[in-house]
Design a protein. Structure first.
Length: 303
């Protein structure tokens, strides 16, 4: 999702005169670099202002009735996630930042998200996982999902309106038609990538339960960066149904059914495998190991 580039911002070097090619015309390197720097500054300012605005809204949720507070926090946090990824995706696809810088920004953005989400999952996979393990009721699950997809839809249209303001040369390109994040004709492979990413994330969440949040934030951020680095050139490594719905489902390149299979079904499969492994298979193996050890100790005593 972040590792593509566009010829509109590509700098070519290798000679004493470094030039930038844009729409067949040759511009000076200084002009192009100024455009990139301005776009990057505007994008960073937008990311910071998005996090701060959403944090103000989360703190203001204390004024709401107790039963609505978690839902409001879920909505605002999912909105923060989707808006931030929209901006990072634009930075990557239009070449306004190199891949290394994008991965650093992704790491920092993930750490900030984990520390500020105030318990929100912002991922339908996490909500469905809680439903499978009996932590939430069906009606509560439907409410969480409605908040997540509602925020994802708002982020899609809100970012389009924000880019239409053309605050930077990069935002001027944001109004162009977007392309699919699926970069392979093998949908089984694409679905497998999303399933694997979701399995790793869900397993990490289950393994990290009980640890301090500040340590969880850096572990999750490192894992997400590695997953994006490994699978980003195939599907974008989204592994979040609401996020994928916000950034890809309206793009050209694939049908709604293909998006549904890859970005909705794939992560759900990975999450289910993780839940089955940690909630059923591993406990079953532990019980059988304990029984075997007890039986062997009894046989030793008998001998």
């Amino acid at each position: 999702v972040f590792l593509a580039s566009s010829p509109k911002f590509v700098v070519t070097s290798g000679s004493p005169v470094t030039t930038v090619h844009s729409g067949g015309a040759t511009r000076s390197c200084s002009t192009a670099l100024t455009m990139v720097d301005n776009s990057l500054r505007v994008s960073l300012a937008f990311l910071v202002s998005t996090v701060l605005s959403c944090e103000v809204l989360r703190r203001g949720a204390k004024q709401l009735p107790r039963r609505y507070r978690p839902l409001f926090v879920e909505f605002v946090s999912t909105l923060q996630l989707c808006c931030g990824v929209h901006e990072l995706r634009l930075l990557g696809e239009k070449g306004a930042a190199d891949p290394q810088l994008l991965l650093i920004l992704l790491y920092a953005f993930t750490v900030v998200n984990v520390l500020t989400f105030a318990g929100a999952t912002c991922n339908p996979n996490g909500t469905l996982g809680q439903q499978l393990t009996g932590q939430t009721s069906l009606s509560a699950t439907c409410q969480w999902l409605a908040c997540q997809f509602g925020a994802a839809l708002l982020a899609r249209f809100g970012m389009a309106r924000m880019w239409a303001l053309k605050l930077s040369p990069l935002h001027d390109l944001g109004s162009l038609e977007c392309q699919s994040g699926i970069h392979t004709d093998d949908l089984v492979l694409a679905t497998g990538v999303e399933a694997t990413c979701a399995f790793v994330i869900q397993s990490s969440i289950l393994c990290m339960q009980g640890n301090q949040l500040k340590y969880q934030a850096h572990v999750f951020a490192a894992i997400i960066v590695l997953l994006v680095y490994a699978g980003g050139n195939i599907t974008g490594a989204v592994f979040n149904q609401a996020l994928a719905f916000s950034i890809y489902f309206h793009c050209k390149g694939n049908t709604f059914l293909e998006y549904t299979v890859v970005y909705w079904l794939g992560p759900a499969i990975g999450m289910i495998f993780s839940v089955v492994l940690f909630d059923h298979i591993i406990p079953l193996l532990s019980v059988s190991r304990v029984k075997n050890s007890r039986s062997s100790s009894k046989e030793e005593k008998t001998d």
